[in-house]
Design a protein around this ligand. Structure first.
Ligand SMILES: [Zn+2]
Ligand SMILES: [Zn+2]
Length: 153
């Protein structure tokens, strides 16, 4: 098996580098959390990830999951999203910038990227001499399914 066969090899390397650089001790619990996190593809709350981790490691608690996700974010593996009163995490390694639509009813999250919107905000910023170094669009509303449910009532 070649080294490239591991799709998350770079993420593991980045994590190991981060641990070494920051003088953190290797922890079995954190490694278990990393294994689970690197298999996810969505926008997870701490509780979501906790449930997945506890299937394998019932001894891992919420605080450990939360602190570890914060470390993943610092290491560039995760991005933290502050949604309406809730924090979620998504994988961020080598991911292109994107923004989110969020359903207020069921919490479903849809990713999008619009070159037009990105371009437009650059132009508006330039007009007022503003230099953008990042942005998040969180657009709230109702997903198709929840609209249908609301009508059916
Ligand atoms: Zn919905
Ligand atoms: Zn996303």
């Amino acid at each position: 098996m070649s080294a490239d066969a591991d799709p998350v090899r770079e993420e593991r390397e980045a994590w190991n580098a981060y641990i070494a650089k920051n003088g953190l001790k290797r922890s079995e619990q954190r490694e278990a959390i990393l294994d689970v996190f690197l298999r996810t593809e969505s926008h997870l709350s701490v509780e979501d990830l906790l449930k997945l981790v506890q299937k394998k490691r019932p001894d891992v608690g919420r605080t450990t999951v939360y602190r570890t996700l914060k470390l993943f974010a610092a290491a560039g593996l995760a991005r933290e999203l502050h949604l309406d009163g809730e924090t979620r995490f998504e994988r961020d390694w080598n991911r292109e910038h994107h923004d989110h639509f969020i359903c207020r009813s069921c919490g479903a999250i849809f990713e999008f990227k619009s070159d037009q919107i990105e371009q437009l905000q650059e132009e508006i910023a330039a007009e007022i001499g503003f230099v953008i170094d990042g942005h998040r669009h969180h657009i709230y509303g109702l997903c198709q399914r929840c609209q249908a449910k609301a009508k059916g009532r």
